[in-house]
Write a protein that binds this ligand. Structure first.
Ligand code: SF4
Length: 247
């Protein structure tokens, strides 16, 4: 059975709520989760039919599929196959195109602690691909060092790495896995969530938003627990979360 559904963010009509499905794959842009929430539609489930699809030439199809998979494995020097989308993280850091501290700088000397090569070498992980995909670019992992040791969740994709690493000034890879998992479970789009929180952090650093404005949350750069608290508030439109839920 395939199930796609919304979390608290969709139920509370957060403008960047997602529809998430099949244990970790997300339809994330333009608030489609809020559209389902507005219709009070929690989830759609589809069961597999009993009929097979007729194939005219099975051998030829198999041959073509094999060639396509090989092509995908070798694309961009095999970067996606070997490292997933996180393979480009350090490339962005060295090219000066990483979003750091809400784009106030592009310098991020700690990039090698957050990239895919690091987290795959240090954290326990296993394959977790979409159904029938031979490229298997996604993993499920367990944090094995730092304050979030033992935390389990999906391997962060590049956009999660950017949002919950440099954008918010975090350099702990375990916290990156934790915040990625929290974002998914609440049903929020990671791009917009990262940009909103990064913007709020810069406002806080410049005294444009105070602790009082943020319901007592200390939103200093790199405070990952404060980020988690705000994500939870956004997903339920609680306090300042109601403002930030507008994106
Ligand atoms: S490459 Fe495979 S595992 Fe990665 S998103 Fe595409 S179908 Fe899913």
């Amino acid at each position: 059975m395939s199930v796609f559904g919304i979390g608290p963010a969709g139920e509370h009509l957060v403008r960047f709520a997602v529809v998430a499905g099949d244990k970790g794959h997300v339809c994330s842009k333009n608030g489609c989760g809020a559209v389902m929430g507005a219709k009070r539609l929690k989830a759609v489930a589809v069961t597999r039919g009993r009929h097979t699809v007729a194939v005219y030439d099975k051998d030829r199809l198999r041959e073509k599929a094999k060639a396509l998979l090989q092509d995908a494995k070798e694309a961009k020097n095999g970067q996606l196959y070997k490292w997933g989308t996180g393979g480009s993280f350090s490339i962005h850091a060295l090219a000066g195109s990483l979003p750091v501290r809400n784009y106030t700088t592009n310098l991020f000397p700690d990039h090698e602690k957050l990239n895919a090569a690091y987290i795959r070498a240090h954290f326990e992980h296993r394959d977790k691909a979409c159904w029938a995909c031979g490229l298997v670019h996604t993993k499920y992992m367990k944090v094995t060092e730092g304050p979030y040791t033992g935390y389990e969740g999906e391997e962060p994709e590049y956009e999660c790495m950017a949002a919950w690493g440099p954008v918010i000034g975090n350099t702990d890879p375990g916290a990156l896995v934790m915040l990625t998992d929290v974002t998914d479970r609440l049903g929020l789009d990671v791009n917009e969530a990262g940009w909103v929180i990064g913007w709020a952090m810069e406002c806080y650093a410049k005294d444009l938003l105070t602790r009082q404005d943020l319901d007592g949350v200390e939103l200093g750069w790199g405070n990952v627990e404060a980020v988690k608290t705000l994500l939870e508030k956004i997903s339920r439109r609680e306090g300042v979360g109601n403002l930030l839920a507008e994106g």
